[in-house]
Design a protein around this ligand. Structure first.
Ligand SMILES: C[S@@+](CC[C@H](N)C(=O)[O-])C[C@H]1O[C@@H](n2cnc3c(N)ncnc32)[C@H](O)[C@@H]1O
Length: 253
C-alpha cells in the first residue's frame, strides 16, 4: 500500500491524525489529506480566497479543509441541516468549535444549494470568488447538475471543484451528469481522481480550469508520486492522474 500523503498544514495534519474519524461523516481521510494538500498547492501557485462545501453535514471534511486555509480566508459550510434531524446543525457548530475552527473563520449557510443563486453564495463569501468547492450535497443527477453550475459560476481563476461519491455503486447516474457537464464546459477538465478508501469513503473527482491543468498536474506528479496509480484515467480524449493508496496493477503472466 502507498503511504498516506502529507497534507502540508500542521493543523490539518493534527486533525486528520486525531479528530477526523471522531467526527461523524462520510468522506475518506485519504481524500481529506489530498484536498488539504491541494489547498496548499493553490497557495503556492498564488491562488487565494474563500472555499465552500455543499453538504457540510457534521463537519468532518469541512474542518479538514478549513484547517488548510491561510490567515484571513474563510470557509462556507452549506447544508439544509435537516438530515437525519435538525440538531445536525448544532453538531456541526460544536464540532467546528471542538476541533479548532473559530466562528470568524467560517460561515454557516442553512439552505438548499440547488435554489441558491451565484450572487447569494458570493455575498456570503464577502463578494470574493471561491478557490475550492467541495460538492457533496443531494446525490441526484438534477441536483448535481445545479451544484456544478453554481460552483462553476462562483469559481475563481485557478479554482478547484471537487465532486464526492463519483463511481459509487449507489449513485451510478451521477457520472452521467458529470459527463454532460464536461461536454458542455470544455474549459473545465478533470485534474485527478482520488480513489475510494471504502464504499462510504468513496471516490472524488477534482476538476480544474483547462488553462491550469498542465501546471497543477506537473505539481501533482511530484507531490503525490507515491500515490499515483500508473495507468491514469481516460476521459476520452482527456487523461488525468489517479491517486490511490493501492497503486498495484493487475498481475498478468
Ligand atoms: C453525504 S452527506 C455529506 C457528508 C460530508 N460532506 C462529509 O464528508 O462528511 C450529504 C449532505 O448533503 C446535504 N444536502 C442534501 N441536499 C442538499 C441540498 N439541496 N443543499 C444543501 N445540502 C444538501 C444533506 O443534508 C447531508 O448533510
Amino acid at each position: 500500500m502507498a503511504p498516506f500523503p502529507a497534507s502540508g498544514h500542521p493543523a490539518a495534519e493534527a486533525y486528520l491524525a486525531d479528530g477526523y474519524e471522531r467526527v461523524v461523516g462520510m468522506s475518506s481521510r485519504f481524500a481529506a489529506a489530498i484536498c488539504a494538500r491541494l489547498l496548499r498547492l493553490q497557495t503556492e501557485e498564488g491562488v487565494s480566497g474563500p472555499i465552500a462545501e455543499i453538504g457540510a453535514f457534521e463537519g468532518r471534511f469541512f474542518i479538514a479543509l478549513a484547517h488548510a486555509l491561510e490567515p484571513g480566508e474563510i470557509a462556507l459550510g452549506i447544508d439544509i441541516f435537516e438530515w437525519p434531524n435538525p440538531e445536525v446543525r448544532e453538531r456541526f457548530e460544536a464540532n467546528c468549535l471542538k476541533y479548532g475552527i473559530a466562528p470568524e473563520q467560517r460561515v454557516t449557510i442553512k439552505g438548499d444549494a440547488g435554489a441558491m443563486a451565484p450572487a447569494e453564495l458570493l455575498a456570503h463569501a464577502r463578494g470574493e470568488r471561491l478557490r475550492f468547492i467541495h460538492v457533496d450535497g443531494e446525490h441526484s443527477r438534477a441536483a448535481l447538475s445545479k451544484d456544478l453550475a453554481l460552483a462553476t459560476a462562483c469559481l475563481s481563476e485557478g479554482g478547484l471543484i471537487v465532486l464526492d461519491d463519483m463511481l459509487h455503486p449507489g449513485y451510478p447516474t451521477l457520472m452521467v451528469a458529470v459527463q454532460d457537464y464536461l461536454e458542455a464546459n470544455p474549459g473545465v477538465v478533470p485534474l485527478c481522481i482520488i480513489d475510494r478508501e471504502t464504499i462510504v469513503g468513496a471516490t472524488k473527482f477534482v476538476l480544474c480550469q483547462r488553462d491550469w491543468f498542465e501546471r497543477y498536474q506537473a505539481a501533482l506528479l511530484e507531490i503525490f508520486k507515491e500515490q499515483i496509480w500508473p495507468l491514469g484515467a481516460d476521459f476520452e480524449p482527456h487523461w488525468c492522474l489517479v491517486l490511490s493508496l493501492d497503486t498495484r496493477l493487475a498481475e498478468i503472466t
